[in-house]
Design a protein around this ligand. Sequence first.
Ligand code: SF4
Length: 75
Amino acid sequence: MRLVVDLNRCQGFAQCVFLAPDVFSLHGNEALLFTPRFDEAQRERVEQAAAACPVQAILVDWSDEPTKGVEAHVG
Ligand code: SF4
């Protein structure tokens, strides 16, 4: 599972830091640091953080995990 934050969008509201402090941290006024790779234990928090970001700057890539619960319509 990977995570990208669009730092051009990020306004440093720190909602993500509050919700997933193991993954996001804020240094200074607006310098957001984040851990691009996270594990299953962080999943729920990262989802909450992504949902809570007021500018939708947090993008989560689930592509490297099995597609459970996702219907594939091929053909
Ligand atoms: S919640 Fe969004 S805008 Fe706020 S610090 Fe996190 S990524 Fe940036």
